[in-house]
Design a protein around this ligand. Structure first.
Ligand code: BES
Ligand code: MN
Ligand code: ZN
Length: 501
């Protein structure tokens, strides 16, 4: 049986690389390296670095690898992995994390379990931020997605990692490791197939993930959901043999600014068949990841609490399975939302906005002043922005600016999309307050316009992660499957605080 991940022991040490008691040392090197630096490393690897550079076998491009033998007798490590950084000015948060994860993957492939990272390349980053990213990168590389394989392949997890950097960076490393652990845990949930992760199971597992000091959890069952009048959530749930759940997490640290509550809302569809408006068979299996937004907000709140950030925050995650049956909602049915608005369901596959509408309303009712929802909401956002950039929607502008700044610091890509009033008329219905599916034009925008009707009047943002939640192909820094996108960005929003918006 495979283990999904292991969190390595991680320390920061100002020891010299030769003294580090590890099997392998990772050395980052920018493309605009200096001759003295290469000469110094050459002494350790018996000229292998300059030889590889001269022959063009290694060019220090971003995330390029060179594995060499440490020939110095007095060194304890036997191997050196050089990890390219590309041009120094381009070594930002995303690049540094990818470099760390790529090098750690290479160490695992070489069967080295005790590794050190020599903090020799700063790029554009401050020490604490850099060490945090390195720790996070080393931790997320210790992840495999073959949880259900019965063979007992050797996974070669890193057991011990040392970052050779100023000792003051110890706290930053611990934070990065903890964030990496949250990301890994979220990725395990996102990868789980629908039969292993029903709404009830997801509710339990998400609550367990968030059971850290300072967080209180509540799981509402179908009766409690009905009592709140959440007709949209129930309308999606009723086609499934599995009942829905609504997870509510609260983090209210003493001394946090009163009057401000960050509300995180995440889409928790454990499987999206499309319902009666059924999806094509090809690729439908991926729809097990349709709860990625839910896992993201739970993992983020966990990290916020573990960092003891001085901010009040809550998470609301509606959990359902969107299925086909004699009890399923039909196209044309009308649902009444908890807010009182009525919706004509002209497409049962536009289910995410229905469950999020009720959840957004509830987050406001629980006192959220600043709301962010995260959802694998539309295929259209993949058409617009592709697989590496998250769509950002919402209002007002300063709130979106906060989120963009947080994403930049976190090394994640998102890009703003418009919510012009003209789009509102596309939601019109003859017989109800609105339809849930206005059709193909501006598909990710009309989905966001629908959510806006339930988002209340305070700051609200919607992150469409339909493209970014899942990697279709594996990369040196990330295996195929769940990515954990936007967890770090949400944590960085909380770090920056929400006052003044
Ligand atoms: N979960 C899907 C969106 C999705 C599509 C995520 C592809 C990841 C990859 C969502 O529930 C959905 O089915 N959206 C429809 C909306 C349409 C019916 C208006 C879509 O995008 O096709
Ligand atoms: Mn759908
Ligand atoms: Zn969906």
């Amino acid at each position: 049986m495979h283990v999904p991940y292991e969190v390595p022991r991680l320390t920061v040490s100002d020891a010299t690389p030769g003294a580090a008691d590890v099997d392998l040392i990772i050395i980052p090197i920018a493309q605009d390296y200096t001759a003295p630096a290469v000469a110094a490393y050459d002494e350790v690897v018996d000229g292998e670095l300059s030889a590889a550079l001269e022959r063009g076998e290694f060019r220090a491009q971003a995330c390029e690898l060179l594995v060499a033998r440490a020939s110095r007798r007095e060194w304890r490590a036997r191997r050196v992995v050089f990890i390219g950084g590309g041009p120094r000015a381009g070594i930002d948060a995303e690049r540094m994390r990818r470099m760390a994860a790529t090098a750690a993957q290479a160490a695992r492939q070489q069967r080295h379990q005790r590794v050190a990272w020599l903090d020799a390349e700063a790029g554009t980053l401050e020490t604490a931020a850099r060490v945090e990213l390195i720790a996070e990168g080393l931790t997320i590389a210790n992840f495999d997605n073959g949880l259900h394989k019965s063979t007992n392949d050797r996974q070669g997890f890193i057991t011990e990692a040392v970052i050779l950097a100023p000792a003051e960076a110890g706290a930053a490393a611990a934070t990065g490791r903890m964030t990496g652990e949250s990301i890994n845990a979220a990725r395990v949930l996102i990868n789980e197939p629908g039969n292993f992760l029903t709404p009830r199971i997801l509710a339990d597992k998400a609550r367990d993930l968030a059971s850290v000091p300072g967080i209180t959890a509540e799981i509402l069952d179908e009766a409690a959901i009905a009592a709140l009048g959440m007709g949209m959530l129930l309308g999606v749930a009723c086609g499934s043999a599995e009942p829905p759940r609504l997870l509510v997490l609260r983090y209210e640290p003493a001394g946090a600014p009163a009057g401000q509550v960050l509300g995180l809302v995440g889409k928790g569809v454990t499987f999206d068949s499309g319902g009666i408006s059924i999806k094509p068979a090809d690729g439908m299996e991926r729809m097990k990841d349709d709860m990625a937004g839910g896992a993201t907000v739970v993992a983020a709140l966990r990290s916020i609490a573990l960092q003891k950030l001085p901010i009040r925050a809550l998470a609301v995650v509606p959990m359902v399975e969107n299925m086909v049956s004699g009890k399923a909602t039909r196209p044309g049915d009308i649902l009444r939302s908890a807010s009182g608005l009525t919706v004509e369901v002209n497409n049962t596959d536009a289910e995410g906005r229905l469950i999020l509408g009720d959840a957004l309303w509830y987050a406001r009712r629980l006192g959220a002043t600043h709301v962010i929802d995260v959802a694998t909401l539309t295929g259209a956002v993949v058409v617009a922005l592709g697989k590496t950039t998250t769509g950002l929607f919402g209002t007002p502008e300063p709130w979106l600016a906060r989120i963009r700044a947080a994403a930049a610091a976190a090394g994640e890509k998102l890009w703003p999309m418009p919510l012009f009033e003209d789009y509102r008329e596309l939601l019109k219905s003859e017989i109800a307050d609105m339809v849930n599916s206005p059709g193909r034009p501006a598909g990710s925008i009309t989905a966001a316009m629908f959510l806006k009707e339930f988002a209340g009047s305070g700051p609200w943002a919607h992150l469409d992660i339909a493209g970014t939640a899942w990697a279709e192909e594996s990369k040196p820094w990330q295996p195929k499957g769940a990515t954990g996108a936007m967890i770090r960005t949400l944590v960085d929003v909380a770090r920056g605080g929400i006052s003044g918006v």
